[in-house]
Design a protein around this ligand. Structure first.
Ligand SMILES: Cc1cc2nc3c(=O)[nH]c(=O)nc-3n(C[C@H](O)[C@H](O)[C@H](O)COP(=O)(O)OP(=O)(O)OC[C@H]3O[C@@H](n4cnc5c(N)ncnc54)[C@H](O)[C@@H]3O)c2cc1C
Length: 301
């Protein structure tokens, strides 16, 4: 068993975690990043809506970020999965899948979401390529195309309204009974947006580029872009182990300084916000790193 004491241990070494590490490294702090190498956007060929990086490949953004952070000699990066976080008199003890243990004074969680793919053949193959979660990330690239949206109920209605900005060729697939009100249905009709309730059977695609949606009754729709919001799951059980407060939406509750409800534990990136974007992950990671550094200074003062 290996035991090393770091100023901060960051679990999750993607956009948020690396940003937190940079702020800490530039404050002369020793940092351990533990990362499983599964950033949420790894399925998409190009990332958008981040100035200076518009259209960059996610893997390239990550590689450059990692190279810049690792240039600071006080940063250590391990590829592993943190499995258990336990509080100790001096901070935290982190156990990993590779059966290693690390000790840090403070903890940053930047573990992101795991998207749960629905059981529809072809869906996962198109995810991030032509099946999209966010119009700000990929809407411009598919603007004015025949577009579908899997949506129902109040949040679905809001999503349809938003997506109508990018295309007038919009079809709603509720994939079973819809939960729109009469008023909402009338409004959708007014905007020439049909609502299809028949269950979706499969996505027909070529290398992730959607060509058709096939329904259970055999009918098909020539759709080349589809918006969907599959269930998002926490990638890690550590927030539960530390009994962190969680919001109604399932994100980790933090204050403006990215402090969680547990002393010495910070969180940043997707797991702390419904505004899912690389820019937000970088911004909240940077705040977490700086505020954690301030806490370390105060502890030692
Ligand atoms: C398909 C898709 C396309 C997207 N396109 C865009 C886009 O074009 N523009 C944009 O701004 N945003 C885009 N996003 C959103 C963007 O990917 C996320 O907002 C961003 O990745 C969040 O960064 P993060 O660091 O919080 O989490 P992530 O990037 O998801 O990284 C979390 C990291 O934590 C690691 N991890 C998790 N649990 C553990 C553990 N227990 N131990 C060790 N490591 C762990 C994971 O392996 C992963 O490396 C897209 C998202 C998706 C799903």
């Amino acid at each position: 068993m290996q035991q090393i004491h770091y100023d901060a241990i960051i679990i999750g070494g993607s956009y948020a975690g690396l940003s937190a590490a940079m702020a800490l490294a530039r404050s002369k702090k020793t940092v351990l990043l533990i990362d499983g190498g599964q950033p949420a956007n790894r399925f998409t060929p190009h990332s958008h809506n981040v100035i200076t990086l518009d259209g960059a490949k996610p893997g390239d953004i990550n590689a450059t970020a990692k190279k810049q952070v690792m240039a600071y000699p006080t940063v250590t990066f391990v590829t592993d999965i943190a499995t258990i976080a336990a509080r100790t008199p001096h901070g935290f003890n982190i156990s990993t899948k590779n059966n290693l243990q690390y000790q840090g004074k403070k903890l940053v969680l930047a573990t992101g979401w795991k998207d749960e793919m629905p059981d529809i053949p072809g869906f996962a193959d198109c995810w991030g390529i032509s099946i999209l979660h966010c119009p700000y990330c990929h809407g411009y690239e598919v603007k004015d195309q025949p577009t579908g949206i899997i949506a129902s109920g109040e949040p679905g209605y809001d999503f349809v309204k938003l997506i109508s900005n990018w295309t007038s060729q919009l079809t709603v697939f509720s994939n079973g009974l819809h939960h729109f009100t009469e008023e909402q249905l009338a409004k959708l009709q007014q905007h020439h947006i049909p609502v299809i309730t028949t269950a979706i059977k499969a996505m027909i695609h070529e290398e992730g580029q959607l060509k058709k949606i096939i329904l259970a009754d055999g009918t098909s729709y020539a759709i080349t872009a589809l918006y969907a919001r599959p269930a998002m799951l926490q990638q890690s059980e550590i927030p539960q182990q530390l009994a962190l407060d969680i919001t109604e939406q399932g994100t980790i509750k933090t204050d403006m300084m990215q402090r969680t409800s547990a002393p010495g534990v910070y969180a940043c990136g997707d797991i702390t916000s419904m505004g899912r974007s690389v820019a937000n992950a970088m911004a909240t990671g940077s705040v977490a790193g700086a505020m954690l550094n301030k806490e370390l200074i105060a502890d030692a003062w």
